[in-house]
Design a protein around this ligand. Structure first.
Ligand SMILES: Cc1cc2nc3c(=O)[nH]c(=O)nc-3n(C[C@H](O)[C@H](O)[C@H](O)COP(=O)(O)OP(=O)(O)OC[C@H]3O[C@@H](n4cnc5c(N)ncnc54)[C@H](O)[C@@H]3O)c2cc1C
Length: 379
């Protein structure tokens, strides 16, 4: 057992902490108010070589490990969860399926531009009638000569307005059930492809969440990702990795809310004392610190297992579930420690509180995580 970051992981942590503090944090409140997408931040992350962090160098990636990826997501989310989710989805939903299942040519054509930061990665799985039950996909792909014709719609898709290509799932053979779902790489500028960006969300206002409409979209036959009929298994494997990203987001967001609360408790005076001198507040801070520490260890362990090539499905689900639930509690207590000021935008913890809720929903709800864990331990 070794609980210290490697030299490379420490360097990445220092780099991204400084970047997040100087380039991401200052505009976070304003972006939350306006919904402006931080395009400039992602160009800068591209220049720093972080947009393809865990992918191989031959495809312009950084060849770093999953713990380093988790650290970047954590540090971005500590100051701005919208930036954190955009980065996490870009890597673990946009890039990962191409990396895991793409041919060399597909990786050169579609993974490399993600790694250089030319555009963002996205992954279209969820549909209006297929959320937790993603096997209920209704989008279809029919082979017509050398082209697939795709029809259907997707909802709640992160980053699609900033993606030139994205991976989506569609039914290629309805009679085969889950084994009749396949994955495709689809250019977002293909005729018949519409990306709609008009959701009004509770939080994560500066992240891009879209609806996709595919109306007789034609793509070349070779844009099938991996084998026909393997799409369901591919997206389950993709989500296993994605859960490490959401877990890391939860750890970072909780850390940010905790730090603001600690600072506030040391400054705010009531009854002639700082709040931090009251045991009731100290115990809240102690619980926050403890839960964040446990969650971080769980996320890093799941990432480490993945890097070792070991099974990590259960640990990733546990880490995502635990981290997202403690994040929600930490943010709730952060608002409580700030009292009435916590309810006001100026003190930022209300932004953290609103942003945190998505972590119990995205990439598998808490109920779905419990189903995944139960399936593993009861089988
Ligand atoms: C901001 C945002 C970004 C997103 N980004 C993406 C993305 O990039 N790509 C993508 O494909 N999707 C994305 N999603 C979709 C997300 O993954 C789904 O919202 C999520 O999986 C839940 O699906 P649903 O919303 O249809 O809820 P439902 O599946 O309808 O669930 C509703 C409730 O019922 C519960 N439930 C459902 N089935 C069961 C069961 N069998 N047992 C017990 N309880 C159950 C759920 O846990 C939940 O509490 C995003 C969503 C949001 C809000």
């Amino acid at each position: 057992m070794w609980f210290e970051l490697t030299e490379e992981q420490s360097m990445i942590k220092k780099l991204i902490r400084e970047f997040a503090e100087s380039e991401v944090a200052p505009g976070a409140d304003e972006r939350d108010r306006t919904g402006e997408f931080p395009e400039e931040v992602f160009s800068q992350l591209g220049e720093l070589g972080l947009m393809g962090l865990p992918f191989p160098e031959q495809y312009e990636g950084g060849a770093a490990d999953t713990i380093s990826f988790a650290i970047v997501v954590e540090e971005l989310s500590r100051v701005c969860a919208s930036t954190g989710i955009t980065y996490s989805a870009h890597i673990s939903l946009g890039g990962a399926p191409l990396h895991l299942f793409g041919t060399d040519e597909q990786k050169r054509n579609y993974l490399s531009p993600l790694c250089t930061g030319e555009y963002l990665g996205a992954f279209g799985l969820t549909e209006p009638n297929a959320g937790s039950d993603a096997g209920g996909t209704r989008t279809t792909a029919i082979l017509d000569g050398d082209e697939w014709i795709i029809n259907g719609s997707k909802c709640f898709i992160t980053n699609a307005s900033y993606a030139k290509n994205l991976v989506i799932t569609a039914i290629t053979d309805r009679s085969k059930g889950m084994n009749g779902i396949s994955a495709f790489i689809v250019p977002t500028d293909a005729p018949g492809f519409t990306v709609i960006n008009n959701y009004e969300k509770l939080g994560l206002h500066a992240s891009n969440t879209t609806e996709l409409v595919l109306d007789n979209v034609r793509i070349p036959k070779e844009n099938l990702l991996g084998e026909e009929g393997r799409g369901y298994k591919q997206f389950l494997a993709t989500l296993d990795g994605g859960r490490i990203g959401i877990g890391a987001m939860a750890v970072g967001l909780a850390q940010g809310a905790y730090e603001k609360s600690l600072q506030y408790a040391k400054e705010r005076k009531q009854f002639g004392k700082n709040l931090a001198e009251f045991q009731a507040i100290q115990f809240k801070l102690a619980d926050m610190a403890m839960n964040i520490e446990v969650a971080r260890n769980m996320v890093y362990k799941a990432a480490w297992l993945k890097d070792q090539g070991k099974a990590f499905k259960t640990e990733a689900a546990m880490a995502k579930l635990f981290a997202s639930e403690i994040c929600m509690k930490v943010c709730d207590q952060a608002v409580q420690i700030h009292g009435g000021y916590g309810y006001m935008r100026e003190y930022q913890v209300e932004r953290f509180f609103r942003d945190a809720k998505l972590l119990e929903i995205g990439e598998g709800t808490s109920e779905v995580q419990r189903m995944v864990i139960a399936r593993q331990i009861c089988s």
